[in-house]
Design a protein around this ligand. Structure first.
Ligand code: SF4
Length: 685
């Protein structure tokens, strides 16, 4: 296909938080090829998703016209933009008048640009008058942002991917980068092959665990115990970076006393990891300078998700692995713009730039020209609780299949059935639209719009339009503005394009003020990048270095371990983990509409060989998986990557509804669902 390309357009991959740069090849208004760009992030490579999974863009079931239907789930009817927008505006106005602004919720998306997420939260706050605005980060990395913000002052990765080759040790926790962040995974693997040490903390024997000096196959849900035990070993064995701790860390004395109860020998049984291995990992991490930590959703999607990340940050503080190249605490974000969607203000308690509502409200009111609601809004989980209680009446979700991706699907279904109005803005009739939608706005894809994304390491990069949207599909920023104008807010929603929106973002977010489109045309910069007179701030690839204003002191967090209520028993003897695989992406909306569907046709249930033999189950048979909350049928894959008593499956196939199984339990602080521990039983179909 590359031979027939008539135009190449430089843009950014939408799929994961690595943010690879790519050239999009088009011909006759269609995307026909993608090739990797030579760039500091991806070094001329793309993975199987970024390179090949673009066929969805021209799939025959792409929705290209606005649609409406009654709340009883009847047939959709195609309508004009005029009719769809008028209907949505009238419905939202009626609900606000009858039930108050807080009866409406808005959900931004990691598949939308920074500019679009910024407009979405501005719409919620200025047009509707509510802080009920959130995004899909709530079900993945909000715990990371919350932990990093609480302990270090900035809720984002501390280091850039550029550092990988400088790390002497990697501590990978609850992440599987060779499948889910493949370009970063490949860079880590290369660094390890060249001599860097590797510690993998994961219940599963992932591909990188094969390369690790130490694999801590922690029991699902025991992360806090394990990191407390590593901290205890570091202190007890005198492995502290004394100079760093003296200069930068508070609370050592109290933390030392706290940590004694978590000595490796005391908690080894509950962790499922030998005490000697915990001590060996602590020594390797503490003695390899610098040591770089990456973590994924195996850390955050637990009842102690936020606290698990805080316990991990303790390790970096104790060993001085902060503020220097090749170190730090680095969440691997699932979708490219997860960092950006929350950073732009799709978050119920913070405004753009993660500025607390109470402190920054006046600054935004001055720029936006109106009063903002003063009280914190509902997060996504609270919105669903509100819907179940009959208090939340309308939801507007774009680029995000809420129903498909939410844990404990039966409860989500009961909640969403209560909604009077569900506006879905996407490329396809996703599961949320099919089951509950009343208004469908056809959105432009990442290949059909301009803007910026913010990848996992705070790098802001341009997204560029390569082809026109089909039919009446429109970019999210256009749709949001049209609806705002219909609701009487022409002022503040009349930008002539993403660049003008971005300039307003720069006006309200000091740490992004230097990121002009002019500079982003040729550079990709990490924030903080404040405006300078010479317009040449270099960006900040490494946070918390000596020169960073926020790098004063941090306090060690005493995190007691609290077991999840979701426990295995005789009836439900297996601990099921869910996650993603190499070939598919989240709810499968994009990757199942193309060649990647042949590479992996179905979600599979991974079971250890010993368990399969004990249950008499052969590879490939269909099994019924039942939890306390629901059941599904899946094909079985016998896999040595999972331990006996544990299971793993992906959740990509919409028709398999893996989230019928997952539990109602949530992170105690950020409310992120506990996708990583569900007690289940398995039987042949
Ligand atoms: Fe896209 Fe991530 Fe693959 Fe890069 S590693 S091509 S950003 S999915």
């Amino acid at each position: 296909a590359a031979a027939t390309v008539t135009q190449w357009t430089r843009s950014t991959c939408v799929y994961c938080g690595v943010g690879c740069q790519m050239d999009v090849g088009s011909r006759d208004g269609k995307v026909v090829a993608v090739r990797p760009a030579e760039h500091p992030v991806n070094h001329g490579h793309l993975c199987v998703k970024g390179r090949y999974a673009f066929e969805y863009n021209h799939a025959p079931d792409r929705v290209t016209t606005p649609m409406l239907r009654d709340g009883d789930g009847g047939a959709w009817r195609a309508v004009s933009w005029h009719e769809a927008l008028d209907h949505a505006a009238a419905t939202l106005r009626r609900i606000r008048d009858q039930h108050g602004a807080d009866a409406i919720g808005v959900l931004g998306s990691a598949r939308a640009t920074n500019e679009e997420n910024y407009l979405a939260q501005k719409f919620a706050r200025m047009v509707i008058g509510t802080n009920n605005v959130d995004c899909c980060a709530r079900v993945c990395h909000t715990p990371s942002a919350r932990a990093l913000k609480a302990m270090l002052g900035t809720g984002a990765a501390t280091n850039a991917f550029d550092d990988i080759e400088q790390a002497r040790c990697f501590l990978l926790c609850g992440c599987n980068p060779t499948e889910n962040h493949p370009i970063v995974g490949a860079r880590i693997k290369q660094a390890v092959l060249k001599g860097a040490a590797l510690i993998v903390v994961d219940p599963r024997r992932t591909e990188l665990a094969e390369y690790a000096q130490i694999h801590l196959a922690v029991r699902p849900g025991a992360n806090v115990l394990l990191f407390n035990a590593m901290a205890a070993a570091i202190i007890e064995e005198g492995l502290l970076d004394q100079h760093f701790v003296a200069q930068r860390v508070d609370g050592l004395e109290e933390f030392t006393a706290f940590s004694r109860a978590y000595a490796p020998e005391a908690v080894s049984g509950q962790c499922g990891v030998a005490a000697a291995d915990i001590r060996a990992a602590a020594r390797l991490y503490a003695s390899s300078e610098p040591a770089m930590c990456f973590h994924g959703l195996g850390m955050t999607e637990h009842t102690q998700g936020t606290e698990g990340v805080m316990a991990l940050i303790n390790l970096a503080l104790l060993t001085g692995n902060l503020g220097r190249a090749g170190s730090g605490i680095n969440p691997l974000r699932g979708q490219n713009n997860v960092q950006g969607s929350a950073q732009m203000g799709c978050e119920p308690a913070t405004l753009t730039g993660s500025q607390p509502l109470a402190q920054a409200r006046a600054r935004f009111e001055a720029v936006w020209g109106g009063a903002l609601p003063a009280t914190d809004g509902l997060d996504l989980m609270q919105m669903l609780d509100g819907a179940a209680a009959g208090k939340v009446k309308a939801l507007w979700a774009f680029g995000y299949d809420v129903y498909m991706s939410m844990a404990n699907q039966h409860a989500s279904e009961l909640a969403m059935r209560q909604l009077e109005c569900v506006i879905v803005q996407d490329l396809f009739l996703n599961e949320t639209a099919r089951a509950f939608g009343t208004v469908f706005f056809p959105a432009a894809s990442v290949f059909e719009r301009d803007g910026t994304f913010m990848n996992s390491d705070r790098r802001v990069q341009r997204v560029r339009q390569a082809v026109p949207p089909p039919g009446d599909a429109r970019p999210d920023w256009w749709i949001i503005q049209q609806l705002a104008q219909r609701m009487g807010h022409a002022q503040g929603f009349s930008f002539d394009g993403p660049q003008a929106v971005w300039n307003e973002v720069r006006a309200v977010w000091p740490a992004g003020a230097g990121l002009s489109y002019r500079r982003l045309e040729t550079e990709s910069l990490h924030w903080p990048c404040p405006q300078r007179d010479d317009d040449a701030h270099p960006g900040t690839p490494i946070l918390h270095g000596d020169s960073f204003a926020g790098a004063t002191r941090a306090r060690l967090a005493q995190i007691p371990y609290v077991a999840t209520p979701e426990q295995c028993d005789r009836e439900y003897p297996f601990a099921l983990m869910t996650g993603r695989g190499l070939y598919h992406f989240n709810a499968g909306t994009m990757t199942y509409r193309g060649g990647n569907a042949q590479l992996q046709a179905s979600d599979l249930l991974d079971m250890a060989p010993a368990d399969a033999a004990r249950l008499g189950l052969a590879d490939g048979v269909r099994v019924r998986v039942r939890s306390r909350y629901g059941e599904v049928e899946l094909p079985l894959r016998i896999s040595p990557r999972v331990k006996p008593g544990e299971l793993f499956t992906t959740f990509h196939r919409p028709d398999l509804h893996v989230n019928r199984l997952t539990s109602p339990y949530r992170d105690r602080l950020a409310h992120t669902p506990e996708y990583k521990v569900t007690a289940v039983c398995v039987a042949p179909v």
